[in-house]
Ligand binder design. Structure first.
Ligand SMILES: NC(=O)c1ccc[n+]([C@@H]2O[C@H](COP(=O)([O-])OP(=O)(O)OC[C@H]3O[C@@H](n4cnc5c(N)ncnc54)[C@H](OP(=O)(O)O)[C@@H]3O)[C@@H](O)[C@H]2O)c1
Length: 254
């Protein structure tokens, strides 16, 4: 792995109690950063992640991103602990299947609301609170984890695909708005990644078909997404602002 230096930098990673967020937290800590490991329900797991990180001074912060009050408290408590946030990684997200034919109208509405509340509004609210602080300091990086599904479509998880497409658009608008403040915003759009979110489908008979979507005949590991995030957060990547990086092993060309 390319070596990055984040000595003395502070990073807030949402959804870092497991999966891609955990790998991002681990990679930043290995490169010298102090990390705020955000979680929702898995506080114990987040604490284990915090304890496993290289270096010292890491914290855990909990919040349901669907709750705007909890989001603001979470950002405030991170700032109280760290004094500043140099890098925000909006990674937390949910994926729920809701194939139209097999979903009641009531369930359809529930899934749409939950998905948009967490993936889009939650991310927008965390970004608002952190960007206010970054504007004061005239410095910062925001990296949003979106998805290949934003471009390729999610036939049985339409709300998820729409939430991630909206998040790409949000990233690019925010990049334009914040660039004059020396704050750079990018997105990473992974294809399938080996985590709890994808485990069931990757272990099902559909798993081989999914792996074959890439000419590498595999899906990504979380560390490969983390690598791209660290690259985008590192000095020298400023002019990439507003970009959306595909990390999908050539499984979908756009
Ligand atoms: N895995 C893939 O194949 C894949 C592909 C493309 C994009 N992505 C995106 O990558 C990101 C991470 O995915 P992953 O596979 O690592 O997911 P994961 O293993 O399912 O982990 C999800 C994380 O989000 C947190 N979270 C869930 N609901 C939340 C809520 N309401 N408020 C705050 N946090 C919440 C969870 O916290 P707790 O565990 O503490 O509750 C957990 O840390 C997501 O945005 C996902 O859409 C994943």
């Amino acid at each position: 792995m390319m070596t990055f230096d984040f000595q003395g930098k502070t990073v807030l990673v949402t959804g870092a109690s497991r999966g891609i967020g955990e790998a991002i937290a681990t990679s930043f800590a290995s490169c010298g950063a102090h990390v705020a490991v955000h979680y929702y329900q898995q506080g114990d797991t987040a604490d284990n992640v915090r304890n496993s990180l290289a270096g010292t001074g890491h914290i855990i912060v909990g919040a349901n991103l669907a709750n705007p009050v909890a989001v603001e408290k979470m950002v405030t408590s991170t700032l109280n602990e760290f004094g500043q946030i140099d890098i925000l990684v909006n990674n937390a997200g949910i994926y729920q299947e809701h194939p139209l034919h097999q979903t009641s109208y009531e369930d359809w509405q529930t899934v749409w609301q939950q998905t948009i509340n967490v993936n889009l509004l939650g991310t927008a609210n965390v970004s608002y609170c952190v960007a206010k602080h970054m504007i004061e300091r005239q410095s910062g990086r925001i990296i949003n984890i979106t998805s290949r599904g934003a471009f390729r479509g999610e036939p049985t998880a339409t709300a998820y695909g729409a939430s991630k497409a909206a998040l790409n658009s949000f990233s690019q608008s925010l990049a334009q708005y914040l660039a004059p403040h020396n704050i750079f915003v990018t997105a990473v759009a992974p294809g399938f990644v080996e985590t709890e979110m994808s485990r069931a489908v990757l272990e099902s008979p559909a798993g081989d078909f999914i792996r074959q979507q890439s000419p590498l005949n595999r899906v990504a590991c979380p560390e490969e997404i983390a690598h791209t995030v660290l690259f985008l957060a590192s000095p020298g990547s400023e002019f990439l602002t507003d970009t959306i990086v595909d990390v999908n092993g050539a499984s979908y060309l756009r």
